[in-house]
Design a protein around this ligand. Sequence first.
Ligand code: NAD
Length: 490
Amino acid sequence: MTAFDPALIRPALNANFIGGKAVLGQGRCFDVLRPSDGGLLGELRSADATQLAEAVENAAHAQKASGWGTMEPRGRMRLLRRWADLIEADADYLAPLEAVGSSRTMAEIRAWDLPYTAECIRFFAEFADKHGGEIGATTPDKLGFTLTEPYGVVGAIAPWNLPLVMAAWKLGPALAAGNAVVLKPSELTPFSVVRLAELAIAAGIPAGVFNVVQGGGADIGDALVRHERVGKVSFTGSTRTGQAIMAACAQTGPKPSTLELGGKSPQLVFADADLAKASALVARAITLNAGQVCVAGSRLLVHEKARDEVVDRISAAFNAHTLGTTWDGGTTMGPIISEGQLATIDGMVQRARAAGAEAVIGGGRATAPQAGSYYQPTLLAGVAADSEAVQGEIFGPVLTVQSFADEDEAYALANGTRYGLAAGVHTSDISRALRAVRSLEAGTIWVNRYGRSDDFILPTGGFKQSGVGKDLGRDAYLASCKVKTALIQT
Ligand code: NAD
């Protein structure tokens, strides 16, 4: 078998996709690097302000002129389903393209990201002909009802950690509801979503309904949010950017925004849990995608009686990881997305150590593989509850450990950050599990598991500074629609 050569993966240079065509950007030029080995993946030409405006105007026109928002809903559903089929069938192209440009391993992309992306679009496609509004319980002399209508153009802005999956979370509900979408991917992972746009055209989705614009957040991202024809914004990324986007939506609308933001999610292990199973889940929840997951379980809170056993088991699980390129079949943990992100992670770890934290395992950059941006799975003990390591989102494979004496202390520690995205609870006591679900301030609570299921049924979203609104589930579809009320006097 010939070795996989990342240099053979050449992304399209015309990486903006506007009005159904690939377009060379007239804006700033970026070098996009491969996180696995630091090699040059491609040069990205971002859109300029004029092209961004064209993309939005074009999308607004296409949404109306093509009949995308007014066609028979089942027709829209069929086109979206055909698109999902083409995405799945394109795995031999899409998987290597996504793998060389991101932190996702090829194996994970084939087994999970691609089927999940396609299924997510299918899930939302089904809503197209299943929700049109409601009849109100009025007196017999009137008829009151609601109609759901698309916003027109949804501006979608995505992060780099799961490029295709994050795009699907936004595209599925917005398109199924009859909107056009202008998507700006992260400038670190710009290429794979362009293929989604090409496949949308191949599936028969009208030109201009799904557009991709490339560029930095402060220029192109901000201009997209502020454009007057963008009726709704759907954003996933950091809390700081989410706050800026909400302010821009207020100033230029007000227009609604769905904000999926950062997290610092606790994993609570009680002494009555199956400690072997709980430790394996805790270790996985912070090393999946090298910790670059919004819901990464980054704070271990463990009962003092179980602490030593759980720490030993997690250390063994961390030790068993093989770091490597995303395309090596033996890799169990891939790279950090960029040198900049690696420096951010390491800065937080070294400041914690200088303040007295102990690196039980890991604690620095991995020296092998030599090229690329790799970080050791790291467990930090001796961290204060108000320290940066416990309070701040590190977004890397770094777990802090704190112990507790009783349930009240566990919940106080768990709720003691500004974030509230997710939490994990490991216990064999059903009453305690129910108390934990009630007590924890987070948008999602997982009990004796960690991570969402793959059926899209349940909504996801954060409390506190982890976000506003929901992705996935019926909530995400409804959030892509305006509700119009009619009241008819008979
Ligand atoms: P980021 O906020 O730096 O960037 C996200 C996107 O926003 C990028 O496309 C960027 O170009 C754009 N952007 C930046 N400034 C902007 C501005 N002023 N206006 C408009 N767009 C702007 O986040 P990131 O580093 O790409 O991603 C990591 C973050 O995303 C983490 O905080 C992580 O927790 C979060 N995240 C959250 C979820 C969730 O579901 N809650 C999922 C994945 C990632």
